[in-house]
Design a protein around this ligand. Structure first.
Ligand SMILES: [Zn+2]
Length: 262
């Protein structure tokens, strides 16, 4: 958060033959955010225990918003590396989707076969990834303990219905999104842009919480903010959603600038 308030979570999954980096964060400059060095060191450590030549890295994205792709350029000259494009057609072609978004496709890392499905709504390119090794369901910005921006309300609703069905058919241990914006106090989020969140809940959410997101999406037809205990659905990106969030963010910033004693 000292580098970017977005503070997105990134996932690096190792298989016997290749690794997947899901998302590259909100910061482009290696000097501020040495993602490539970090990933190279993690892969080197893994290869020390599992020696092999030409171990591949795939760099893909939960979706193509700027805070999930900004570090891509750090990987463009890396050997044995594929950086997946950010256009919908590129995403579909790389993963092998022919029936977007409900198809379930596989990505074999070698002894670790991930399953992916499309979850457009927050963004047209959103995908969810199930990792059978950990039981993690990686949901990007579609489901996480924070403000779920349903830019396309109808598609978001359809996608979370599909996501619950997808998850219920698999042994999901944790639902892992990409941000934390709630506090541990039910219904209370940190203001947009906050860089200090001392009372965060953990990232991982349960299947019950995932089902709660689905149920909430069913009744979030009205544009604006729909506040629930563990998440907020921001339905549409019109003024009813954006204005209260911005006002609160500015108010918070103004408070921070005031002298402590007046
Ligand atoms: Zn994000």
């Amino acid at each position: 958060m000292s580098v970017s308030f977005e503070a997105p979570f990134l996932f690096l999954l190792f298989g016997n033959e290749r690794a997947l980096l899901l998302d590259t964060g909100a910061t482009q400059e290696p000097a501020d955010f040495p993602l490539r060095d970090t990933v190279d060191a993690l892969i080197a450590a893994w290869l020390a225990d599992h020696p092999q030549d030409d171990y591949e890295l795939m760099v893909a994205h939960s979706h193509s918003h700027g805070d999930h792709i900004a570090g891509d350029e750090q990987f463009t000259d890396r050997p044995h590396t594929t950086v997946v494009g950010t256009e919908l057609e590129e995403v579909q072609a790389f993963f092998g989707f022919t029936e977007w978004p409900t198809q379930v496709v596989t990505l074999d890392l070698g002894g670790r076969v991930l399953e992916l499905t499309g979850t457009p709504g927050h963004h047209p390119t959103s995908v969810a990834v199930f990792d059978p090794w950990t039981g993690f369901l990686l949901t990007g910005d579609t489901v996480y303990p924070g403000r779920l921006y349903a830019a396309d309300r109808a598609r978001f609703g359809t996608s979370v219905e599909h996501l619950v069905q997808f998850a219920e058919a698999r042994p999901v241990s944790h639902v892992m999104g990409a941000h934390i914006e709630m506090s541990r106090t039910p219904r209370r989020d940190y203001p947009m842009g906050a860089t200090y969140q001392p009372d965060e809940p953990p990232l991982q959410m349960s299947m019950d919480q995932l089902r709660a997101v689905r149920d909430a999406a069913r009744s979030a037809a009205k544009p604006g903010l729909h506040v629930h205990d563990d998440f907020i659905i921001a339905s549409g990106m019109g003024p009813r959603t954006v204005v209260p969030l911005l006002l609160r963010a500015y108010a918070q910033r103004a408070r921070a600038l005031l002298p402590h004693r007046i």
